[in-house]
Design a protein around this ligand. Structure first.
Ligand SMILES: [Fe+2]
Length: 351
């Protein structure tokens, strides 16, 4: 906005100076920045290579315990949003380390969280007192306000991607939480009860969906990987997405949580996707294979080369296309469901 000092019009400058004292500002000076022909995002595309991040994550394991840290996580901070604990405008992502014998103590909070397992075996996440044991490629939910703790009963480091809607909760001024008085929330059900209850695509007829999040909080890779493989074998790839499965809430077929959508992608070998853009903000975790994603256009175009366990962010409305040599599996999460509920979501498929 033109300040009183630099406004080219002395009459306007003098006017701005007087209204400024009443906490008033002229909309006509900023309207073009508030509402532009194209969506405006703050975050920029960025890649975090696992081989660069992992040594720091392991080092953090030697200087602070999971209990001391409460959660031993390195946040994937967007380069232009440093200090804001956000990876994209509306999403947070971090890499969490837990070592054998450690417990990340029970707490709950209004932001909703997901985990996508990157390495290790033998650790569990407990949600409201029910444990699920985690393996590489598993997708786990800890929905808003659910008690959750993590423990590691195996050997070796266990690392996973944390994805949260923290910036969305912050926007509403509705971020709060509490610690449970003990390290672990008491066991309420046998491990993996939710998989038996809801994982067979059966719903009790008198069980109405009351919670906005999925009661199935564990989607094992041992089940999702064959589903993706069969989809890939059954039809031609979508020109923009390749093969893209959405993790669903079995109660209503909707997204897994009210603010976060999550997906498993299969890209065939020698695949070049058509350019695509969407208003949703997306964070990708590479599960299998290598490739590259060309993001942006003109002088702002960047090429992101990725491999297993790398993470990258594509902010809203950046056009992008994926390229592969071999077969690829990607995991992603986004704010698509929030944007759709608010009537904001758009996409553009380029030929
Ligand atoms: Fe948490």
């Amino acid at each position: 906005m033109d300040t009183p000092e630099n406004s080219p019009n002395p009459e306007l400058a003098e006017f701005y100076s007087r209204i400024d004292k009443q906490e008033l500002a002229p909309l006509w000076e900023v309207i073009h920045r508030l509402v532009a022909p194209k969506p405006i995002t703050r975050a920029v595309p960025h890649l975090w290579q696992y081989e660069q991040v992992r040594p720091f994550l392991m080092e953090s394991g030697t200087i602070i315990s999971a209990k001391e840290a409460e959660r031993r996580v390195l946040i994937l901070e967007n380069p232009v949003l440093r200090g804001e604990a956000r990876t994209a405008d509306t999403l947070y992502a971090g890499l969490q380390l837990i070592l054998p014998g450690e417990v990340a103590p029970a707490h709950r909070h209004t932001p909703a969280a997901l985990r996508f397992i990157l390495e290790g075996e033998g650790a569990y996440t407990a949600v409201d007192g029910e444990r699920t044991y985690m393996s590489v490629g598993d997708f786990i939910l800890t929905p808003s306000w659910s008690w959750h703790d993590h423990g590691h009963e195996g050997v070796g480091a266990m690392v996973w991607l944390d994805g949260l809607d923290i910036p969305q909760a912050h926007f509403f001024g509705a971020t709060f939480g509490e610690n449970y008085p003990e390290e672990r929330y008491p066991t309420t059900r046998p491990p993996e009860t939710c998989n038996a209850r809801y994982g067979a695509n059966l719903r009790a007829v008198d069980d109405e969906p009351t919670d906005p999040a999925s009661p199935l909080f564990s989607y094992p890779y041992s089940q999702t990987r064959p589903a993706l493989e069969q989809l890939c074998a059954s039809r031609k790839p979508n020109p923009w997405h390749g093969y893209k499965l959405e993790y669903r809430n079995p109660m209503d077929g909707g997204s897994v949580m009210p603010t976060i959508s999550a997906f498993l992608h299969g890209l065939p070998q020698n695949f070049q996707s058509q350019r695509y853009q969407t208003t949703e903000h997306q964070i990708f975790s590479v599960v299998e294979g290598t490739g590259r994603t060309v993001v942006g256009e003109g002088e702002n175009q960047t090429e992101i080369e990725w491999g297993p366990r790398d993470h990258f962010v594509i902010p809203g409305w950046y056009p992008y296309a994926h390229e592969t040599e071999g077969e690829v599996v990607l995991f992603s999460f986004s704010d698509q469901v929030s944007q759709k509920k608010l009537g904001l979501w758009r996409e553009q498929r380029h030929d």
